[in-house]
Design a binder for this molecule. Sequence first.
Ligand code: AR6
Length: 175
Amino acid sequence: MLKIVLGDITKVSTDAIVNAANTSLLGGGGVDGAIHRAAGPELLAECRTLHGCKTGQAKITKGYRLLAKYIIHTPGPVWNGGGKGEEALLKSCYKNCLRLAIENGCKTIAFPSISTGIYHFPLEKASVIAIDTILTFCREHTELEEVQMVCFDEQTKSYYEEALVSAQERGNVNE
Ligand code: AR6
């Protein structure tokens, strides 16, 4: 089941939460900064052992002081006009996070709106890619029981809700 909610992802109690990271995996602003603050300094210590991550790929750590057991870190693409493979890279972020979640036995996962903050990916395109990729993955992997899109503001939430309605109208449904 895919749920779109308004809130702070650091407070969510799913098995895993996703971090919209950068390729260094050593922290930053936005949701990345909030996750590192909430998880505590042990998170940065574990991230240092990972030696970064390529854009579109994902790596997993423990959740430390969070309610979530795991944090899945994925560097989204920086929007550069759309001609640099940004859409395929964003899709691969969602897919790789979902794959890593099930490989680690997670049944529930929460995503932030990857790349639509500091990385300036257009919200309308990003929301359609996210929703379609999640719905398709969940149809093919029934072990995932719940996926949440945790939106930090009303505007973001309304784009994801619209993308979900449009996916359902096109027949991409998993309920
Ligand atoms: N919970 C949920 N969503 C949040 C939270 C939160 N606590 N805080 C912010 N958001 P961004 P990006 C939303 O900029 O565009 C970092 O410096 C935010 O409103 O966090 O992928 C990294 O280190 C927006 O809707 O991520 C990278 O360098 C969404 O999360 C870079 O930013 C994503 O915004 C990644 O940029």
